[in-house]
Write a new protein. Structure first.
Length: 259
């Protein structure tokens, strides 16, 4: 395990444990409607993470959710989701995560996703595999979408990048062709579950999932054997739009249905 990975794991756990400890003290500090909120703990977590990264890597870029990006024109970038699953957290539901990834140019090199509610820590380094609490992960072996479970990532209607009729057609195709579909509002953990083989595919169905949400989970899934493309079959890098991630064995079938 590299020193950079150790640094990120410690940072995720520090932030996550603070969030969990204060789950009953969450307050909405920014709202664009009853369901679109930012809490004091989102902001505190982001500041803890940002401060630590800037101290250790002052020249790096930082892409973050709450207080805007820091662009130092570096080839290294950090993508931070300080509290993925804010809506659950704000309701007191213990299902959320902290996600951090380090990128070099357009490739994630390290990713960590920490679930403080279960004390599960997922991590991956480029070309070194993916792990959950030290146990190596591997994607599923499902070969047909009729047996596959796909996770769908939805963003709010105002952020959607497709027309409603296209969304409806895709949902109908998914319903008819997959064994099951699931969605639960925490994309970083969904990608980790794909890496574990619990899900067989992941799709950003309305094309608006920010890379800060999915960056950590992307490399974890990839290092567990997943295939990552956009709807045209090309690797999306940091410019993810309608990101499709599968166990690799059903990828072509998924793309055929979703296009």
């Amino acid at each position: 395990m590299s020193k950079n990975l150790e640094f990120i794991i410690k940072l995720c756990k520090k932030s996550g444990k603070k969030i969990l400890k204060n789950i009953n003290k969450a307050k909405s500090i920014k709202s664009q409607g009853i369901r679109d909120i930012t809490t004091n703990l989102d902001l505190e977590s982001e500041r803890i993470i940002t401060s630590a990264i800037q101290k250790k890597f002052p020249s790096h870029n930082i892409m973050r959710e709450e207080e805007g990006d820091i662009n130092n024109q570096s080839s290294y970038s950090w993508t931070i989701d300080p509290l993925d699953g804010t809506k659950y957290f704000y309701k007191g539901i213990k299902f959320f995560s902290v996600s951090i990834a380090l990128w070099k140019n357009n490739e994630p090199t390290i990713g960590v996703v920490y679930n403080p509610c279960t004390n599960d820590c997922y991590w991956a380094e480029k070309n070194k595999g993916a792990f959950l609490n030290g146990k190596k992960l591997q994607v599923s072996k499902i070969k047909n979408i009729s047996e596959a479970i796909i996770y769908l990532d939805f963003q709010s209607k105002k952020h959607a990048k497709i027309q409603e009729e296209i969304l409806e057609k895709r949902l109908l195709k998914i319903y008819k062709n997959f064994y099951r579909f699931r969605t639960f509002g925490c994309g970083s953990l969904a990608l980790c579950f794909l890496a574990q083989g619990y899900f067989d595919a992941y799709f950003d169905i309305n094309g608006s999932q920010p890379i800060i949400d999915s960056g950590g989970g992307m490399i974890i899934a990839k290092e567990a054997g997943a295939k990552i493309t956009d709807l045209n079959g090309k690797y999306p890098g940091m410019n993810a739009n309608h990101m499709v991630i599968t166990n690799g064995k059903i990828h072509d079938q998924v793309l055929k249905i979703l296009k």
